[in-house]
Design a protein around this ligand. Structure first.
Ligand code: FCB
Length: 462
């Protein structure tokens, strides 16, 4: 087990999920279609044509799943609310059946002594809004704020910690730049425009949440790229990737401005005229915490001569077509990602140094491995080692002064891993996709024991 001394007594250990990845029941109780229903049903967009139609059937099995959450001893559970269950067309009155489902979830968690942490948007935009422009339209930001109020008005008495958006970088740049994710567009200007409208949605969403519930604690979750220049690289690649990968969000949200170098680097792609007067003041709302999702790190270098003109290679990073990420050094996870816990420690320490007033939460961290079931058990030592080393890195960051308040493993359950379908298993709990049977993996048991040990230590001291 990793050393945990130094963690604050009220540090939250949790696990995270997202609506489209686990719920299934996509046509139940009047849910509307989302961009991920349409994308996953488009031939060629997901591995094996997998869709979230059934996912893990959490919509019907949530009580069983929350018994597992309680059995693991989690302090908190991070989940997302599916906008198209609340407003099937992305506007208008909230659907009682949709709200009732999330009331069941929240009450089910509270009954089991688990703190609910709700994300309002984990990528499932109502398709009806996509047909009006989606994140390329400013109007979507206002629609998001309207949705946020309707949810907070009903659930705000029981949910303290809210997250506006999960990983807006993926929505903007994988959704509109590289096209790997819904809605599947491939255009640098669109990615930057979408990023601004997501920033605006965040700011309006924070205002809406606080208008509904003045006591709401509000955060946003970013997947910050931990990128370094490859040894000997003479271009400022890491700075440029950091601008279009990270500071495009932290700049406006936490400083109230788009970084000058980002505007310069992307000047040939857009004039940023989609940023209107007053937008930055709306976006830069004070936050109660910042969520950090971390999985792997990158080294960046100039593209080899001859390849440098390939605009597709860095389509998710507008303005970086002349750069390339280096292949990862093994060992790798089943996603093909490297394992670099030190980069998480540095990220947390750097964020605390740069934005000292904002508490941090690791809102996602975990690894996919090709689990095997042996006599009813999943012996996933590889995942235990991954989680252990990253929790240790989080503890080191805390002991270096970073104000980290929680750690959420991704994920509670194996689930629909977006464009990679059901091929990648991240869960602490295995899901059999034929029978929906759940089996707690060894990593789940390990995590439970870790949490018990930490709590026992805190009780001894207290
Ligand atoms: C993150 C997403 C999450 C999950 C993990 C593996 O980017 O937020 O939904 O897919 O990656």
């Amino acid at each position: 087990m990793p050393p945990t001394s130094g963690l604050p007594a009220d540090f939250l250990f949790g696990a995270a999920t997202a609506a489209y990845q686990i719920e299934g029941a996509v046509a139940v109780d009047g849910r509307g279609a989302s961009i991920w229903d349409v994308f996953s049903h488009t031939p060629g967009k997901t591995l094996n044509g997998d869709t979230g139609d059934r996912a893990t059937d959490h919509y019907h099995r949530w009580a069983e799943d929350f018994d597992l959450v309680a059995g693991l001893g989690l302090d908190a559970y991070r989940f997302s609310i599916a906008w198209p269950r609340i407003q099937p067309d992305g506007r208008g009155a909230a659907r009682p059946e949709g709200l009732a489902f999330y009331e069941r979830l929240v009450d089910g968690l509270l009954d089991r002594g688990v703190q609910p942490v709700a994300t309002l948007y984990h990528w499932d935009l109502p398709q009806a809004l996509q047909e009006e422009g989606g994140w390329l339209s400013r109007e979507t930001a206002s629609r998001f704020a309207d949705y946020a109020v309707r949810v907070a008005d009903v659930l705000g008495d029981r949910i303290r910690l809210w997250t506006t958006l999960n990983e807006p970088w993926c929505s903007a740049f994988l959704g509109h730049g590289s096209g790997e994710m819904a809605p599947g567009l491939r255009d640098g200007e669109s990615a930057l425009r979408a990023a601004h409208h997501l920033n605006l949605a965040h700011g309006l969403g924070v205002q809406a949440l606080r208008a509904s519930r003045p006591d709401a604690e509000v955060s946003v979750t970013l997947n910050l790229h931990t990128v370094r220049d490859a040894p000997g690289s003479k271009v400022d690649g890491a700075r440029r990737v950091d601008a279009v990968g990270n500071r495009v969000f932290t700049g406006p949200m936490l400083r109230g401005e788009y970084p000058a170098d980002l505007l310069r680097d992307t000047a040939a792609i857009t004039d940023w005229s989609f940023v209107h007067d007053g937008d930055l003041a709306v976006i830069a709302q004070p936050l109660d915490s910042l969520g950090v999702n971390y999985y792997h790190s990158e080294l960046v270098a100039p593209a080899p001569a001859g390849e440098s003109a390939d605009p597709d290679a860095m389509a998710a990073f507008p303005g970086c077509a002349d750069l390339r990420f280096l292949p990862y050094e093994p060992p790798l996870t089943d996603m093909g990602w490297n394992i670099d816990p030190d980069a998480l420690e540095e990220l947390l320490v750097d964020l605390h140094t740069e934005f000292p007033g904002i508490p941090l939460m690791v809102t996602e961290n975990g690894a996919a491995f090709p689990d095997v079931v042996t006599e009813g058990r999943v012996l996933d030592d590889d995942r235990i080692a991954y989680l252990s080393s990253h929790i240790a890195a989080t503890v080191r960051a805390v002991n270096r002064g970073a104000d980290v308040r929680g750690y959420f493993a991704w994920s509670l359950l194996d689930n629909f891993e977006w464009a990679l379908g059901y091929s990648k298993r991240f869960g602490l709990v295995r899901v059999d996709y034929d029978t929906f049977e759940r089996t707690v993996k060894d990593s789940g048991i390990w995590y439970r024991d870790l949490i018990r040990t930490v709590k026992a230590g805190a009780d001894d001291e207290g």
